[in-house]
Design a protein around this ligand. Structure first.
Ligand code: SF4
Length: 548
């Protein structure tokens, strides 16, 4: 599937593209002279292009006629030119949705008979698709109007409704959070999420619930007076099939780990100098990759470096993402505990051995349990587990099994991810090899998300942070659940951009949060060899971000 985007105001392109990706996962995009290659063309124009502030806007979604890609084939036809476009709302099939063709040929009133009055009204307007009024000086409102109309046009085209409506972006909780701080009541916030972003009822309520939980968790802390430290260890025992993070097999870097740690130490010293006595270190998060893939000696060195460099007097939380069970042993757990780690993650992703083997985790279900009990024995009373919904070959039965096994272990928090596949992930690149392993999507995935939420509730947990990613299965969300007192503050600071996060290590991103809410970022290079070579440049970039 190839989608052409031709908008008069390119500033909205990213949002429009994200919404299109949500309706057509895996689609490619073309612009300008390549527009004739498109299977679907989205055009947007101001009707009075003389620069007047208020005027009318027309948005259109046109579909190529007789296009194989729309009929479920992977390759698009070679037809090109204007005549390829047809103002159709007729029969095309969305790849991966076998009954989409039948649905598409039906009238939307039959398909969307349950929808709310807001959605019904929008669909009726989109069916006529008359130009609508916009005000160019109200950029945000104009963007939202365009996105809403596009959303309804795509609903008509695909006969699909999205759980998050026209809301794009990875931090939806920021919206209710901001409204709560303005003193809005629940009813007004929920109405706003429905009217302005067309968010479905379930997600509206979840979003508001999490915003309230976050406010109560952060209530007594002065985030602006402190900062958080992120340390990236971009190594793993092996690379998982779905991985889209900065991660390299540890075996290949064994000989240069000392150099990597030396670079981290240099970054730490710069951070300590910047923080001085005034800025208090509130949380530390060592992530990756898998930090515990470091051998015992290097892991101990890293923990010593952290303690030698930073004062932990004001520290509220110290997390190490142990992650892969095949990277842990009793000695490493002892080291983590001895150096004050309070929270660790032991992430099974699935408790089905067949799936673990398929996704290249190279550890057994038994190992997950052994490591979990070993961590409890070592005194860890805040253990998180991550699971992923939508892995190949996993349906309701497999997810129920995973959730039952996790519940039997009794972690203190649970993070439920929906699979997000970047283009470069092996599972995406080699997808032809995995056609025998269907991946849950759409309504089925939504049901699995509900099931996981129900199980988390049964384990005494509440949802406390949420984020979305691009290319996410079902266009859903990742949710962190935690028992009382076990939520991860760093996760909230990071997701809600409430505090400056200073990040060290290859591929890490530092983020400075200003008192007026403005945010500036700087990135370290991802490649480990370049990071080592260019460490002084990385440090200078960070210094500039933090001090300017
Ligand atoms: S453990 Fe995480 S970071 Fe490491 S390879 Fe697997 S998905 Fe990637």
């Amino acid at each position: 599937m190839v989608i052409g985007i031709d908008l008069e105001d390119e500033a909205f392109e990213q949002d429009v593209r994200e919404l299109l990706m949500a309706f057509y996962p895996g689609a490619g995009f073309v612009y300008e002279e390549k527009l004739s290659d498109a299977d679907i063309l989205v055009t947007g124009r101001f009707l009075n292009s003389n620069g007047a502030e208020s005027g009318m806007y027309i948005l259109d979604v046109q579909k190529a006629e007789n296009n194989d890609a729309l009929e479920g084939g992977d390759d698009k036809d070679n037809t090109s030119g204007e005549d390829k476009m047809d103002k159709g709302s007729g029969a095309g099939r969305i790849p991966g949705e076998p009954d989409a063709g039948r649905e598409q040929s039906r009238d939307w009133r039959e398909v969307f008979f349950w929808v709310s009055p807001v959605i019904r009204r929008g669909l009726a307007e989109a069916e006529e698709n008359l130009p609508f009024a916009v005000n160019r000086s109200e950029r945000k409102e104009m963007k939202n109007r365009i996105k809403r109309r596009l959303y309804f046009l795509l609903m008509l085209e695909t006969k699909k409704e999205l759980p998050w409506g026209a809301l794009t972006g990875i931090r939806p909780v920021k919206i209710p959070e901001e409204k709560l701080s303005l003193g809005w009541n629940d009813e007004r916030i929920l109405g706003f999420l429905e009217e302005d972003y067309l968010v479905g009822e379930k997600k509206r309520k979840l979003c508001l619930e999490i915003a309230k939980e976050e406010r109560s968790l952060l209530g007594g802390l002065d985030a602006m007076k402190g900062y958080s430290l992120y340390v990236g260890i971009p190594f793993c025992p092996t690379t998982c099939l779905y991985c889209s993070f900065t991660s390299y097999p540890i075996g290949k870097w064994k000989g240069r780990l000392g150099e990597y740690l030396e670079c981290l130490q240099k970054e730490f010293i710069m951070v300590r100098e910047w923080a001085g006595k005034e800025k208090k270190l509130q949380t530390i998060y060592i992530g990756g990759g898998t930090p515990t893939s470091l051998p015992e000696k290097e892991l101990k060195t890293l923990m010593e470096m952290v303690h030698r460099t930073f004062s932990t007097d004001s520290l509220k939380e110290f997390t190490v993402e142990a992650g892969r069970p095949d990277s842990l042993n009793q000695e490493k757990l002892r080291i983590l505990k001895a150096y004050g780690t309070g929270r660790i993650s032991i992430n099974p992703q699935s408790m089905n051995q067949k799936t673990l083997d398929l996704i290249g985790r190279r550890h057994s279900v038994g190992q997950v349990k052994e490591v979990f009990y070993a961590a409890r024995k070592e005194g860890f009373d805040n253990i998180n587990m991550d699971i992923i919904l939508g892995l190949p070959g996993e349906g309701e039965e497999e997810i129920r099994h995973t959730l039952d096994e996790v519940r039997a272990l009794g972690p203190d928090s649970l993070t439920v991810h929906c699979l997000a596949l970047k283009r470069a992930a092996r599972l995406n690149v080699e997808k032809q090899q995995y056609t025998d392993y269907p991946m849950a999507s759409g309504e089925m995935l939504d049901e699995l998300v509900d099931l996981a939420a129900e199980r988390a509730g049964e384990m005494g947990m509440k949802p406390y942070y949420l984020y979305r990613q691009k290319n996410m299965a079902g266009n859903l969300e990742n949710v962190g659940y935690a028992c009382e007192g076990k939520a991860c503050l760093y996760n909230i600071y990071m997701m809600e951009e409430k505090q400056t996060i200073v990040a060290c290590g290859a591929g890490s991103v530092s983020k400075r949060v200003y008192p007026d809410g403005r945010i500036e970022r700087c990135e370290n290079v991802k490649d480990v060899a370049s990071f080592i070579e260019r460490i002084d440049e990385m440090i200078e970039r960070k210094r500039k971000l933090l001090e300017d």
